[in-house]
Design a protein around this ligand. Sequence first.
Ligand SMILES: NC(=O)c1ccc[n+]([C@@H]2O[C@H](COP(=O)([O-])OP(=O)(O)OC[C@H]3O[C@@H](n4cnc5c(N)ncnc54)[C@H](OP(=O)(O)O)[C@@H]3O)[C@@H](O)[C@H]2O)c1
Length: 302
Amino acid sequence: MVLRKVVIVGANGTLGPAILNALIAANTFAVTVLSRHSSTSKYPESVNVICISNEPDTEELVVALHGQDAIIVVFAGSLGDLQIRLADAAVLAGVRRFIPADFGSCDSSSQRVLGLMPLYAEKKRVREHLQDLASISDMTWTSLICGHFFNYGLKSGLLQFDIHSRKAKIFDGGDISWSTSTLETIALAVVRILQKEDETKDRLLYIQSLCITQNELLRSLERHSGQGWQVEYVSSGEYIREVKAEVDKDPSNKERRVNLVSVVGIVDGNWQDKAGFANLLLGLGEENLDTLVKNALTTTGG
Ligand SMILES: NC(=O)c1ccc[n+]([C@@H]2O[C@H](COP(=O)([O-])OP(=O)(O)OC[C@H]3O[C@@H](n4cnc5c(N)ncnc54)[C@H](OP(=O)(O)O)[C@@H]3O)[C@@H](O)[C@H]2O)c1
């Protein structure tokens, strides 16, 4: 039996549309979106949309998930309680695979990461709940760690390069290699996970579109923007200490929380030697840095 009926929750954010498009393009899935009553998002006609309350209880979610083979959660990873409710409902509804909202810039199984950022502790808490459910039911899970979203990260500043002001912050000399993935590659990985049900079950998998250093990215940006960049060289240790202290003082400071994710994803984000590195298993090829940079500069007018 294949995982054919797939439901996606959070299909309209940063990553969701890419996953939705990849599921539709695969042409083998019956795709459903769970959408909140308050949502104004619109979806293609081929997609079945089920409306749920803004604060659904388990009973409502069981009804909504009935008959589905797999669920992909693509809303903020900080919504752990809702993910746990979805997981409990998925078991009761007979869903066979749960893909939680990990998709991390950083590794949610790393002690260092868990100590620095509560977001990742929340992702781990959800995964541990899925592990517990897998031990007492037929539901399995797969978590995907992809590194910084490349195209989104270049446009949003997550990669510490500001395309418009041509300024960059470079950590520890800029020669540390880190894994990064485009939204399209992550979406393809999700499709392949569903297509390789047995090989991917109950696993934390790591993927990348490419593994780069900040200096390689800087050189590519300089080549394709035709301009020199103003670079600030920073010690990651000092930067992490400074930002962490600010976040501890004011946990609602979103900009500084993102700064913390940003630096750790760069200095501690190379997946190539991880046991769960799955590019080969999922048939993902290497993307070309210059092509991605040229596209990003074109689409941002940079
Ligand atoms: N590696 C990276 O660089 C990186 C970057 C960003 C995010 N991420 C990760 O990627 C995953 C997805 O993040 P995202 O930024 O794409 O998501 P998002 O934009 O925060 O949320 C996606 C959509 O979920 C829906 N939503 C929000 N709250 C909801 C709720 N309580 N119940 C149901 N639906 C809700 C909203 O759609 P409607 O308004 O239509 O309901 C929203 O547009 C997360 O795990 C996040 O940590 C990773």
